[in-house]
Write a protein that binds this ligand. Structure first.
Ligand SMILES: *[C@@H]1O[C@H](CO)[C@@H](O)[C@H](O)[C@H]1NC(C)=O
Length: 71
């Protein structure tokens, strides 16, 4: 669920993030832009790290083991 939530936030902020780097004049205060930027970067990083955990646990479950047995 954490992966789904962080991925959803990342994808919904992606157009704002792309607009940030294009020459288009973006409406909004500088603090709102900074918040959007920071939220995008943090959610992307968290989503990728949780994706790693999810892949690891899917492979453990498909091999009929737990994290402790798998090590
Ligand atoms: C999964 O492992 C457990 C414990 O080793 C075993 O009892 C069970 O039969 C296994 N299930 C499958 C589907 O292999």
């Amino acid at each position: 669920y954490t992966f789904l939530e962080t991925t959803l936030v990342t994808l919904s902020l992606l157009p704002h993030f792309i607009a940030f780097f294009s020459d288009v004049e973006i409406p909004g205060s500088p603090s709102a832009l900074a918040t959007t930027f920071l939220t995008f970067v943090l959610n992307l990083a968290f989503s990728l790290s949780v994706l790693g955990f999810m892949i690891m646990h899917i492979s453990l479950v498909s091999g009929n083991t737990t994290t402790i047995e798998g090590i």
